[in-house]
Design a protein around this ligand. Sequence first.
Ligand code: HEC
Ligand code: HEC
Length: 227
Amino acid sequence: MSPKAARAIFYLGTLISLILFLALTVDTHRQVQTLTHADQLSDQVVSGKRVWQKYNCNDCHTILGFGAYYAPDMTKVYWRRGAEGIRAMVKNPELYTTWRKMPNQHVSDKEIDDLIAFFKWTSEIDNNNWPPQDAKLRATERKVVALGVSSGAVLFQEKGCFGCHKLFGTGVTVGPELTHVGGRLDHNTIEKILDNPRSVNPKATMPQIPLSHEQRDQLADFLTGLK
Ligand code: HEC
Ligand code: HEC
């Protein structure tokens, strides 16, 4: 190949890549409002973002691509943990962390509410499944739903039980694995634990998760079926 042809290929290639890059950038910017649900950016979501900055959570965590890699990415944390799972972790990290540690920064209850609103909002951003941090959890969701006991299984995901319990190899083992819990505990005991963990075990560290009587019943139905 002559040097002239090589140069022509180089310039043409660069030009085409540049045009493609610019076109994709413009296209993304046109979609940002829709993908991020900008209309749902309430005052509370904005306050939550300020709390995130005030305590420098970014020093350890990443969110939407910004931050450090010591601790889990928080973009979809609301899906993983649910409101009460997040509250428990931020209020008493010393009880719920596993091998990596998170400091207790004494974040106030109101600030935690705001943070939860912020995480709920970021979890709903359509980031084209990138980073694919929750792919594994979604595979389990399919497994759980395939059990055919949907209301309790869905609650198990929505209420963030995976944040502390393992089921079918997915989740975290801050609390016991629940894959065969139906073989150990009966319906009544599970309902009692869900109502107030300390009523069954005075030393329990599981947080009291606000659930209606019906939700406790559905979760206990689901869990007693796991033998
Ligand atoms: C010094 C580092 C550090 C700082 C600062 C920090 N965290 Fe963490 N955080 C961690 C680590 C490490 C974990 C994971 C613990 C584990 O794996 O058991 C974690 C886990 C979490 C989780 C659970 C995530 C999940 O998916 O399991 C939440 C929620 C959380 N942090 C919120 C916060 C918030 C909100 C702030 C700011 C107020 C904050 N963290 C500040 C280190 C930190
Ligand atoms: C923040 C962590 C955390 C969250 C969130 C959590 N748990 Fe737990 N859970 C624990 C811990 C820790 C234990 C072990 C006993 C104790 O110390 O409370 C436990 C124990 C249990 C037990 C008794 C298991 C046994 O073998 O004795 C059941 C059942 C249970 N949890 C169900 C749930 C369900 C259902 C949810 C979601 C609604 C949930 N947990 C959310 C931490 C958690």
